[in-house]
Ligand binder design. Structure first.
Ligand SMILES: NC(=O)c1ccc[n+]([C@@H]2O[C@H](COP(=O)([O-])OP(=O)(O)OC[C@H]3O[C@@H](n4cnc5c(N)ncnc54)[C@H](O)[C@@H]3O)[C@@H](O)[C@H]2O)c1
Length: 248
């Protein structure tokens, strides 16, 4: 029970890594607010958590629009008087060669993957400062270190998350609010199945130290560490969860 009585918000929690984080957090005693564009998926994950004895609330919302997510944060804060943990996980990763990329596609990528982090932090950080504690974890990507063709808009957004987190860590440290990033490698999720080609995934696995596909729970466990008091001495850091794809 690493998160007993904590109140968490997890974005993009209807599927993949976000659903894995929400379920693991609930197992560890946290009340979890799930936000996702996919309202039905979000309800399904919340129902699964509640049926297993946890406490979860589903909110349909688009993280790129502040008016769409403010309700979830206000409900959490007024119901519990606090918000302890924010996990910025919602993200998109459609591939597009640079020369074919439209400005609207670039903007959408930045809005969903990066501006959303600005919106959610704006809504949640005042509560964390007032309670003099808080944990924020942002899901970046190992592609920031490696680069990846046809994803320059995505990799730019994920690098932006790391820069944002380092800077905010300096600002929020005096208030005992921690902000860290995780850079997952190739994780078997609903989104990855749509966007990645099987031969590319096989190549990535050959380059990992660990000879297996990563699963959402592999990432969720490290997010749990960063959300719990186990990581109280850390902020502004980026942890790689990639099966040993890059070593540094
Ligand atoms: N799967 C991987 O291999 C991998 C690798 C590195 C980083 N990541 C990052 O981890 C995060 C989760 O990835 P995943 O593979 O689980 O994705 P996924 O596509 O399986 O799930 C993402 C969830 O986010 C939701 N979402 C998308 N846009 C949204 C919006 N505007 N508002 C609210 N919800 C929205 C989707 O509905 C979906 O439920 C992403 O930020 C992704 O960039 C994933």
């Amino acid at each position: 029970m690493l998160l007993k009585d904590k109140v968490s918000i997890v974005t993009g929690a209807a599927a993949g890594i976000g659903a894995g984080i929400a379920e693991l957090f609930a197992e560890h005693g946290s009340t979890v607010y799930l936000i996702d564009l996919d309202g039905d998926g979000c309800e399904r994950v919340a129902a699964r958590i509640n049926a297993a004895g946890g406490t979860a609330y589903a909110h349909t919302g688009d993280v790129s629009r502040v008016d769409s997510v403010i309700g979830a944060t206000q409900t959490a804060a007024s119901r519990h008087g606090r918000i302890d943990i924010l996990i910025n996980n919602a993200g998109i990763y459609p591939r597009r060669p640079f020369l074919e990329m439209e400005e609207a596609e670039w903007d959408q990528m930045q809005d969903v993957n990066l501006k959303s982090v600005f919106h959610l932090c704006k809504l949640v950080v005042p509560h964390m400062i007032a309670q003099r504690s808080g944990k924020i974890v942002n899901l970046s990507s190992v592609t920031f270190f490696k680069g990846l063709a046809n994803l320059c808009h995505y990799v730019a957004s994920k690098g932006g998350m790391i820069g944002f987190s380092r800077s905010l860590a300096r600002e929020l440290g005096p208030h005992n609010v921690h902000i860290n990033c995780i850079t997952p490698g190739a994780v078997k999720t609903e989104g990855e199945i749509i966007h990645a080609q099987p031969d590319m995934l096989a190549d990535i696995q050959r380059c990992q130290c660990l000879d297996r596909r990563l699963l959402p729970v592999d990432v969720a466990r490290v997010v749990l560490f960063l959300a719990s008091e186990m990581s109280d001495g850390m902020t502004g850091q980026t942890l790689n969860v990639d099966g040993g794809l890059i070593l540094y």
